[in-house]
Design a protein around this ligand. Structure first.
Ligand code: FAD
Length: 438
């Protein structure tokens, strides 16, 4: 089916409005803390610091939320790409359990409390999440891992076989999967907007359309944060730029890989048609390395379908074609449907797929969410604020973003120089896997 007008803006903005920068106001000369980047990380840190009585200034290159935070899939819940045993082997049992608890439980509890306390209207629904497994042997491994997480941190989750899974997703692509009943879904643009208002209510100053151009140590202590509109001096600085980390922050840039992720939304299909594919309304993710993630829209009428359409920022038409093909693999029974929206954003991957909170040369950072930040980004923003306040920054202070000397140089400011080659390699592998039916 042809699409008369394909919007390259997120579906979410139709309801929430596009991100807008606050009216321009003069930057203060000084603050206790400057936060670079007004996404979920930066605004959460700002809210916490302002509530603790600190004078906080958030400086954002564009409009608050214009990065990944207002564009993402809106799935909320914990989890990361390393198993509990990999974490234990690397960090020892105590830190590993701390990380598992923060990822799976504390971060989710924190954002649910934040949304409730601040009265954020963001179409929050407890939908649960189903992770579909694309090969039979993965079910045993998932059962073992969930059993271990139940023992270690009391995680609420269970596995289902291929037949029972049909209760969550009407697809024959998966050989069963794992259910996380506490996971939620929301409209990320409304969530971000609510967090922005909460940070401002707490007393944080938020400045948009003001790219930070450098951070250097100031004479007499603290840091000087330079922008085209002036310099702000602050005792503490937090870099909250994740996949959009700018060139001046070379040490962080070498530690973060900006990876684009793409999403399409179908035309309204009607609640019955969508319900037939998502019988419980759960958000779906999968084990295939295409990393498709899909869910009903908040009104239940459309399918919102994301995934790795490419490793480089291809245009909305090309992404639409690739994601439509992947959606058809999952739901062949759907038939042709019109796609009304096709958009993308940049996630920030770390080389070991773990986020971290910490300091480099005295400047704080919280980033590296590796594709999953709706719970973890506000949480690590909060943990960074704790660190700035002289408290314990938690288990992810044990993780460190490891650098690669060659991870510098960006095409068009965002795409790492090596990504076109990675993209070609993935495409070749995708074709091979499709041919083999994998
Ligand atoms: C398409 C997509 C789908 C996703 N789906 C999900 C999902 O369903 N569930 C989930 O949990 N996570 C998801 N994620 C990941 C999640 O969106 C991110 O982990 C999270 O938003 C990161 O928040 P952040 O505040 O750290 O970064 P961002 O929201 O990216 O904010 C960084 C900010 O830094 C600003 N900035 C950069 N340079 C400068 C500068 N020089 N000066 C000032 N400001 C600067 C940018 O403009 C940007 O606003 C998805 C991401 C994408 C892209």
């Amino acid at each position: 089916m042809t699409d008369s007008a394909l919007s390259s803006q997120p579906l979410w903005w139709e309801d929430a409005g596009a991100p807008e920068a606050p009216a321009e106001a003069p930057l203060p000369a000084e603050a206790d803390a400057v936060i670079v980047g007004a996404g979920l990380t930066g605004l959460s840190a700002a809210r916490e610091l302002a509530r603790a009585g600190r004078a906080v200034v958030v400086i954002e290159a564009g409009a608050p939320g214009i990065g990944a935070s207002s564009r993402n899939g809106g799935m909320v819940g914990g989890g990361h790409r390393l198993s509990s045993s990999e974490l234990e082997a690397r960090f020892g049992p105590e830190a590993a359990i701390g990380m598992l608890r923060e990822t799976h439980i504390d971060s989710l509890d924190y954002v649910l409390r934040l949304i409730a306390e601040e009265g954020i209207d963001c179409d929050l629904q407890r939908t649960g999440r189903f992770r579909g497994l694309h090969a039979p042997h993965l079910l045993d491994a998932a059962q073992r891992e969930i059993g271990r997480l139940q023992d270690l941190i009391g995680l609420e989750a269970h596995t289902l076989g291929a037949v029972e899974q049909q209760a969550h997703v009407s697809s024959k692509l998966y050989y069963g999967g794992a259910v996380y009943p506490r996971h939620h879904a929301l409209n990320p643009a409304k969530y971000l907007r609510g967090l922005l208002a909460a940070a401002q209510r707490a007393g944080a100053e938020v400045h948009g359309n003001t790219p930070v151009t450098g951070v250097r140590r100031a004479q007499g202590g603290g840091f000087a944060v330079a922008t085209a509109r002036g310099t702000v001096r602050a005792r503490d600085v937090l870099m909250a730029t994740n996949g959009y980390t700018p060139g001046f922050a070379g040490a962080l840039r070498r530690r973060i890989i900006p990876v684009p992720s793409f999403i399409i939304a179908t035309e309204p299909l009607g609640a019955n048609r969508v319900r037939a594919l998502f019988p419980t309304g759960a958000c779906i993710v999968e084990s295939r390395d295409r990393h498709c993630y899909f869910r009903p829209s908040p009104d239940g009428a459309r399918i919102v379908f994301g995934g790795r359409a490419a490793m480089i920022p291809i245009g909305p038409e090309a992404a639409k074609r690739e994601l439509s093909r992947l959606m058809e693999e999952v739901f062949p029974q759907l038939g042709p449907v019109a796609i009304t929206h096709s958009w993308r954003g940049f996630t920030g991957f770390s080389f070991d797929f773990l986020p971290a909170v910490g300091q480099i040369d005295g400047v704080w950072h919280a980033m590296g969410y590796s594709g999953s930040g709706n719970a973890m980004a506000p949480w690590l923003g909060r943990q960074a604020a704790q660190g700035i306040l002289g408290e314990d920054a938690g288990a992810f202070a044990h993780a460190s973003l490891s650098p690669r000397w060659w991870n510098r140089g960006r095409i068009g400011g965002m795409t790492p120089w090596y990504m076109p080659a990675v993209d070609a390699k993935f495409r070749g592998r995708d074709v091979m896997l499709r041919y083999r039916g994998g």
